[in-house]
Design a protein around this ligand. Structure first.
Ligand code: ADP
Ligand code: ZN
Length: 613
């Protein structure tokens, strides 16, 4: 059995081994067991139901929420030689009839349907006439109100259990919080499901955060370091997307804006061109991305502070789905905090307002902190970072600094300076004034600024008055934010949602006592871009790779599928590196299975054989 699975994996998908958890899931699903699997984006969820569909008799029904995505998924399955059909509202009557004919003849292994179609009584009854042997629910978090993308029509999926009591159900999602898992299991009435939670670390992503200094110019500079590589820029407002896209386009980069205010046709055209490698950059509000399965997105830049860590994780995670190195960058400045606070203070519901404030704090902890970016992201999923570096030393600092090897903090790009002494000064000022003042007043005290308020309250007589004249005001404010982000200071929320004064937490008291050290990123001049490590390998640029990429594009156009479905970037790189000259050695390359060899082998070999050394 196990050998059969591996053989199917290599013959149909051209992969030499399973990704983590895939085999466990495939085996359980084939054994007729229900399951819930939370795997990160790019974790290879589709294979978890496509491979069983190939092996078992009967039909596997896949529920998928996005019509645009469904077509790509079906094309993808067909590219791997799996008979797949889809039924949704985008189909002409004639195409729908053809699909049903195939289904009745038992020719299809996979049926992709939208949840609204599955909710129809008539459809459910018709489905019973077929030999349905499994259900796979993609994007299963949509069934939960706890998820960030609740969809009402997913709710009717609870009927599947009653209508098809014998058929196993597998739920897949990239959202891994406990609440979502519980909710999905209950709603779908899964029976003793296998629960799988993948590793949410994305080792292929390099995380970097920079201060916004020149705004759009920084984005342009970044894109210019990635010539010809597809990427997404996220901006907070529609206006900013237009401006950024305009600037990139003026520099000769194929870029376009994408936001909810544009006509449907323009958005669809942008998405299509991006997926087909005809458009290098999409500058988008968060309206873009969920419907994108494009695996060769090489970078993602956020031009503004995101609103939540979950959102940032999912958006930045759209890079590097093929497992090849990819780079993500977050640009932010103090202005972003003010903008977000402006909106947060206007949220009427008190609970929602404090959730939004807490999310901002988490994001700041990511952006401003001196802690490994990966550690902060993964904490959100209750996961620890797998450190690739040393085990860390006991110097009193956060060990994660030595850790991940894939972020600007761990690689030492961010220079940290010890700020324990300064932290103790500001904490002391807070304590001596009764822990009820905001940041500006505390900074007035340590910098020795005699404001009316300081004089009125007699704070110029405190021992901490003027002890921090060597630091500029802005640096003190940054330190206070860092202390807050690190959880050493907390801010009371006064009546009406306004902010009260800062008080010390337990760890804040430990800092004051000198038991815990504090470090702060040094604010120096920007390092020139050339001194930074460029993550994406230079083989990208070889002439052969470029030629293969062109060939992929031609073949994709002929077949009417997106290029990444023909072969992934990784496959092209593998081919370029090993230069196979015959069918057998081409088959050895990553991602080349029998179906693709038969379809594309000749075209690729022709180029390879004639390509100059
Ligand atoms: P998800 O839906 O979990 O985001 P996908 O199913 O789209 O991920 O898979 C992401 C990429 O990983 C695809 O290009 C897919 O072909 C590839 N992939 C899946 N399984 C494997 C494997 N075992 N080995 C190598 N690549 C794989
Ligand atoms: Zn790190």
């Amino acid at each position: 059995m196990s050998r059969t699975l591996e053989r199917t994996l290599s013959q149909h998908f051209g992969f030499s081994s399973f990704r983590p958890h895939q085999k466990e899931i495939v085996a359980a699903f084939l054994g007729g067991r229900d399951l819930f699997a939370a795997l990160p984006t790019g974790g290879g969820k589709s294979l978890c139901y496509q491979l069983p569909a190939l092996v078992r008799t009967g039909l596997t029904v896949v529920v998928s929420p996005l019509i645009a995505l469904m077509k790509d998924q079906v094309d993808g399955a067909r590219e791997n030689g799996i008979a797949a059909v889809l039924l949704n509202s985008s189909l002409s009557e004639e195409d729908a009839r053809a699909a049903w004919r195939q289904l009745y003849r038992g020719e299809a292994r996979l049926l992709y349907v939208s949840p609204e179609r599955l909710a129809r009584e008539e459809f459910l009854q018709r489905l019973k006439e077929l030999q349905v042997s499994a259900f796979a629910i993609d994007e299963a978090h949509c069934i939960s109100e706890w998820g960030h993308e609740f969809r009402r029509d997913y709710r009717t999926l609870h009927r599947l259990r009653a209508e098809f009591p014998q058929v196993p159900i597998a739920a897949f999602t990239a959202t891994a919080t406990e609440e979502v898992q519980q909710d999905v299991v209950t709603q779908l009435q899964l029976r003793e499901p296998l629960l799988v939670r993948g590793n949410f670390d994305r080792p292929e992503l390099f995380y970097r955060v920079e201060r916004k200094k020149k705004g759009i110019d920084q984005i342009l500079e970044f894109v210019q370091r990635h010539p010809g590589e597809a990427g997404i820029v996220y901006r907070a407002t529609r206006k900013a997307t237009e401006e950024t896209a305009g600037k990139l386009a003026a520099a000769g980069i194929a870029a376009t804006a994408y936001h909810a205010g544009l006509p449907d046709a323009r958005r669809a055209a942008a998405q299509d061109a991006f997926v087909r490698d005809q458009l290098q950059v999409v500058v988008a509000t968060i309206a873009f991305g969920m419907g994108i399965d494009k695996s060769n997105v090489r970078w993602v830049v956020h031009g503004d502070l995101p609103r939540s860590i979950e959102g940032y994780y999912q958006e930045s995670g759209r890079a590097g789905r093929d497992g090849d190195p990819a780079e993500v960058l977050l640009l932010w400045g103090p202005q972003d905090i003010m903008t977000q606070r402006f909106f947060i203070e206007r949220i009427e519901d008190g609970e929602l307002r404090s959730i939004a404030e807490a999310q901002l704090q988490q994001v700041l902890r990511y952006a401003e902190g001196a802690v490994c970016r990966r550690v902060v992201l993964l904490q959100h999923f209750q996961q620890k970072v797998d450190t690739r570096g040393g085990s860390g030393g006991g110097d009193g600092f956060d060990d994660s600094r030595k850790g991940c090897g894939g972020c600007d903090v761990c690689t030492g790009e961010v220079t940290l300076q010890d700020a324990t002494v300064e932290a103790r000064k500001i904490l002391s000022a807070a304590v001596r004034t009764g822990q009820r003042f905001g940041g500006h007043h505390l900074v007035d005290i340590v910098t020795g600024t005699e404001t009316d308020r300081v004089l009125e309250l007699g704070h110029h007589r405190l021992p901490t008055f003027g002890v921090g004249m060597d630091w500029p005001r802005a640096r003190w404010l940054a330190l206070i934010r860092a202390l807050e982000a690190a959880g050493h200071l907390q801010r009371a929320t006064a009546v009406g949602g306004r902010h009260g004064g800062y008080s010390l937490t337990a760890t804040g008291k430990a800092v004051l006592a000198g038991d815990v050290a504090v470090r702060l990123p040094v604010e120096g001049p920007d390092k020139p871009a050339s001194s930074r490590r460029t993550v994406v390998e230079t083989t990208e640029a070889t002439a052969l790779f470029q030629r293969l990429r062109e060939l992929r594009k031609e073949l994709a156009r002929e077949r009417g599928v997106p290029p990444y479905l023909v072969f992934s970037d990784r496959t092209l790189r593998d081919i370029a590196a090993t230069r196979p000259m015959d069918r057998a050695s081409l088959l050895e390359c990553h991602g080349v299975g029998q179906a693709k060899l038969a379809r594309y082998g000749e075209a690729f070999l022709k180029v390879l054989v004639s390509f100059p050394e």
